[in-house]
Design a protein around this ligand. Structure first.
Ligand SMILES: Cc1ncc(COP(=O)(O)O)c(C=O)c1O
Length: 462
């Protein structure tokens, strides 16, 4: 229960609830940079250590229960530990962890993907989304014989060398630390939704192999895609023989059973998947036009007298991930999980905006499908949370996450039993419902009052 009328600060309340996490964090600092194993899990003074999870909840080592909107970084459309997924994975695990050979489940996994995403005429499995986009770029270059990749600023596609600039820094496209300038030079950055810039590029540069995007907008819609943009991009790329890559690592099997390409009624040349596709276990995939994927085919390349693209990967199509993926995709095919998660997110956005309006908090909750983002108003704009239009704002403002505010808001929400992502995003699952929404709104109400009291939030009125 959150204290309503005491003098404790947010940090004091948090520390009092989480002594076990504090001890582990202290030890972790000697093991991991910043004490964490993923940048998105960094929290000051320290993050929670989670011991178990079920449905929409997780429990930390101190026994606190949290409504989990982090959602396995987007992997958990079905929530934690769906019984059918867990049973399928456990059966596969008992049978073997690695066949060192082909195995029957990989066929069923690929067929399940194909049924939902018909543009995947052929598929290769990878171990992560980063590997999937890496392979997609390589395939696009080899297929077109061209060098350059067009990306949109703020869009995230994993952390390999072609994807590091322009999503959180280096918006001018220069190489981030440790990346070769020669690689960064072959990546052309364009502002999100800037169709005219893409048209100009494609008309004047015949060395462009592919355009890649997060189809519903950067980092699952924090910087949303304008209506009609994906369709216009499809027409434009087709006209210039440039490949269109939909990075559906988050949107795949989440926004709709067939992903964003089903929603937009489009057929990209290549698509990348991870997260939901592997049912909450590690795994990814790249799929698309057979003639492009055939650049990985021994016989097809030999027949054409072409060099084949290599594709090893110890855990490609791992059977445990395959089993979890099949079980998940079978449930997704019913349409219910996506619809339920989308509905819960819409309700959470509505209730948070009502709260912000009532409390005079100049923030807004926005997003699409099962995603909820927080606009935290870094420039102190006058806004009406109930009529917020993210497309009216520059991407820099939508993306801005003042570090002090992020850390303190997260501490306050955790103290109220709610976990949101390091980007202040909330990803709904099919197991979230009214109880979780109500608890979250309550935690936000406490958080904004305390943040205001501690000088981290200026309310327009009280
Ligand atoms: C759109 C998108 N593409 C690619 C990736 C990278 O996937 P992974 O973390 O599995 O490497 C992510 C991860 O969050 C993502 O959101």
């Amino acid at each position: 229960m959150l204290p309503a009328h005491d003098n404790a600060t947010i940090e004091e309340v948090y520390r009092a609830r989480t002594p076990g996490s504090a001890r582990l964090a202290e030890a972790a600092r000697g093991l991991f940079p910043s004490g964490v194993t993923h940048d998105g899990r960094w929290l000051e003074p320290y993050g929670i250590y989670v011991e178990r999870a079920a449905g929409p909840h997780k429990w930390d080592v101190d026994g606190n229960r949290y409504v989990d909107w982090f959602g396995g970084h987007g992997a958990l459309l079905l929530g934690h530990g769906h019984p059918l997924v867990t049973e399928a994975a456990a059966r596969a695990l008992a049978a073997m962890t690695h066949p060192g050979a082909n195995h029957p489940l990989e066929l069923r996994w690929a067929e399940a993907i194909q049924r939902l995403v018909p543009s995947c005429e052929k598929i290769r499995f990878t171990s992560s989304g980063t590997e999937a986009t890496l392979m997609a770029v390589r395939l696009a270059r080899a297929f077109t014989g061209r060098r350059k990749l067009v990306r949109f600023r703020t869009h995230f596609h994993g952390w390999h060398d072609h994807m590091t600039s322009g999503w959180q820094n280096h918006m001018d496209g220069t190489a981030t630390r440790g990346v070769l300038e020669g690689v960064a030079e072959q990546v052309v950055l364009v502002d999100p939704n800037d169709l005219a810039a893409v048209a100009e590029l494609l008309a004047t540069d015949d060395d462009i192999a592919a355009v890649i995007l997060e189809p519903t907008g950067a980092s699952f819609g924090m910087v949303p895609t304008r209506e009609g943009f994906p369709q216009a991009l499809r027409a434009l790329t087709e006209r210039h023989g440039v490949l269109l890559i939909f990075d559906e690592v988050v949107t795949g099997f989440r926004v709709a059973p067939g992903g964003a390409q089903e929603v937009y009624a489009l057929r990209p040349d290549l698509s990348t998947f991870a997260k939901v596709v592997a049912g909450g276990l590690p795994g990814g995939a790249v799929g698309g036009r057979a003639e492009i994927l055939d650049l990985l085919d021994f016989r097809a390349c030999e027949d054409k007298g072409e060099e084949k693209i290599g594709h090893p990967g110890t855990f490609n199509a791992n059977p445990v991930s395959a089993a979890a993926g099949i079980a998940t995709l079978e449930l997704v095919a019913t349409g219910e999980p996506c619809a339920k998660a989308n509905g819960v997110a819409a309700e959470l956005r509505r209730r948070l905006n009502e709260l912000f309006a009532r409390e005079g908090v100049p923030w807004a909750a926005y997003g699409s499908f099962s995603g909820v983002h927080l606009f935290v108003n870094p420039n102190g704009r006058e806004i009406d949370p109930l009529a917020f239009d993210p497309l009216a704002l520059p991407y820099q403002e939508l993306k801005a996450r003042p570090p002090r505010l992020v850390h303190r808001l997260r501490l306050a929400l955790l103290s109220g039993g709610v976990d949101v992502s390091g980007q202040l995003a909330m990803l709904a699952s099919a197991t979230h419902g009214e109880e979780e929404v109500a608890r979250t709104v309550e935690a936000f109400a406490w958080a904004v009052r305390r943040l205001a009291r501690e000088g981290d939030l200026v309310r327009t009125r009280r």
